[in-house]
Design a protein around this ligand. Structure first.
Ligand code: ATP
Length: 449
């Protein structure tokens, strides 16, 4: 039987499809596992999320942006350790042929609906598995027409390496001094064995990463600083702090001195959405070793030359997009126009994230109200993503906007035609106020939009 938690996830996935947030990739061909497409509302919300991250990270003096290529020189992945170590030991169930990661086999068996079939559980009890084999998670492809080993390149499994390899280019061209950071948003690819839970674990996803280069002796101070900054970003975007927690890594990755995850409470349980890592001088030292080029920083003021330490904040845009969808999804009883109550589905998204900022609705489709509403919508569109809707009862139109998280609805009625005022309805309180149509822009601006 579906648990209430999984039921919530199913409702979110269904809303996401029905309203055009997220579709299965290549759906007409039966879909491609672990790949998803963002529809008209999804792409707006994802862009808003990325824009908010970008502003919060790079609209400061000591962080620069970059957009590195997805394909990189294959030596990058030798230096980073991905060729050797970015692999999960896997076992196959001899009976049902399902493949599992050894480190998460319990979760895979019990948590993943797809493997809750009787066979897999029976096999687990009998321990009927092959010997573990390692499986590299990087996707391979070839540069040029010949598909052989020297032509092999990889789709990047993380965006960080494009930052490390450009460290000195960016430092010298922007004349930054340590401490400073480099931020990047971009696609990453991992041939995950078990994709699951909607956007949580996918094969193609987007990361928002920032590497902050510091003097080695200052690493702890900056680590604490970025931990706080990053948690605050979620809270400022309306995430309930009770839905967030820290997880400290006891078993550290080969490059890390200390690592924490920010976890979010998804309907299926707590899951990592962002990692904050002290990567020491591992990456720059390795690239120095493998490229033969110095990546040391010369501090003019102290005349010291050193390899900076890196404090990394590594967030998954698509996973965080899903976290915000889950956090904002609510069902509640709400009054209807005829004085009764019915169920209202509402996404209480922070206005910054909402795909549509304002819907403009003529109360009825005549007496010039439709034309007036279209004019208002066109005016607002200079600054905001708006939506014009004139079909159906106005109460139903409000509900349709609630369901996609539109924070404000402007309604044009017969009074508008007399005195130029409109109503503005607030999604969360459902209260309406009346203001002059000319003041809508400043009202939205004051609301933080
Ligand atoms: P996990 O343990 O869940 O596999 P990870 O520790 O390997 O994740 P990192 O390499 O630290 O993850 O990546 C940073 C962020 O990128 C994660 O916090 C997550 O938000 C996102 N991410 C990683 N792998 C995936 C994936 N397969 N699908 C979607 N997002 C991902």
């Amino acid at each position: 039987m579906a648990s209430p938690q999984n039921n919530t996830l199913e409702k979110i996935v269904s809303l996401a499809k029905r309203r055009g947030f997220v579709f299965q990739s290549s759906e007409i061909y039966g879909g491609l596992n672990g790949c998803w497409d963002y529809g008209p509302l999804g792409v707006e919300m994802l862009n808003n999320l990325k824009q908010s991250w970008w502003k919060s990270m790079t609209f400061r003096e000591n962080i620069e942006g970059v957009d590195a290529s997805i394909l990189m020189h294959p030596k990058v992945w030798e230096a980073s350790g991905h060729l050797e170590k970015f692999a999960d030991p896997m076992v196959d169930c001899k009976e049902c042929k399902a493949r599992f990661r050894v480190d998460t086999i319990e979760d895979e068996m019990c948590g993943n609906k797809a493997y809750q079939g009787r066979k897999a559980i029976k096999c687990q009890q009998e321990n009927n598995f092959t010997e573990p084999r390692t499986f590299n998670l990087m996707f391979k492809t070839f540069v040029g027409p010949i598909e052989d080993t020297p032509a092999t390149v990889y789709l990047r499994p993380e965006t960080a390496q494009g930052i490390f390899t450009n460290f000195l280019n960016i430092q010298s061209s922007s004349r930054q001094k340590v401490p400073f950071g480099i931020a990047q948003i971009g696609k990453a690819f991992r041939n995950e064995i078990n994709t699951k839970n909607f956007l949580f674990r996918t094969r193609e996803f987007e990361q928002m990463e920032m590497q902050f280069f510091v003097k080695p002796s200052d690493d702890d101070k900056w680590f604490d600083y970025w931990k706080e900054e990053r948690l605050n970003w979620f809270v400022k975007l309306g995430m309930d702090p009770k839905k967030l927690q820290w997880h400290k890594h006891e078993k550290l990755a080969h490059y890390a001195k200390v690592a924490y995850d920010i976890e979010f409470e998804f309907p299926f349980g707590w899951g990592e959405i962002e990692g904050i890592h002290n990567r020491t001088d591992f990456d720059l030292s390795k690239h120095e070793e493998f490229s033969g080029k110095s990546l040391k920083y010369f501090d003019d003021s102290t005349k010291e030359k050193y390899t900076p330490f890196v404090i990394e904040t590594s967030a998954g845009a698509s996973r965080i997009f899903m976290a915000f969808l889950c956090a904002s999804y609510n069902e509640e009883l709400a009054p209807t126009a005829d004085g009764k109550e019915d169920k209202r589905v509402v996404l209480n998204l922070h206005p910054t994230l909402a795909p549509i900022k304002v819907a403009v609705l003529p109360l009825v489709n005549r007496d010039g109200m439709d034309e007036k509403a279209k004019n208002i919508s066109a005016g607002l569109q200079k600054n905001y993503k708006t939506f014009y809707d004139d079909s159906g009862a106005v109460g139903r139109r409000y509900r349709r906007q609630d369901e996609i998280g539109t924070p404000f609805c402007v309604t044009v009625d017969s009074d508008t035609m007399k005195d130029g005022t409109v109503t503005i309805r607030d999604r969360d309180t459902m209260k309406q106020i009346r203001i002059s149509a000319e003041k809508i822009g400043s009202y939205l601006f004051d609301a933080g939009l």
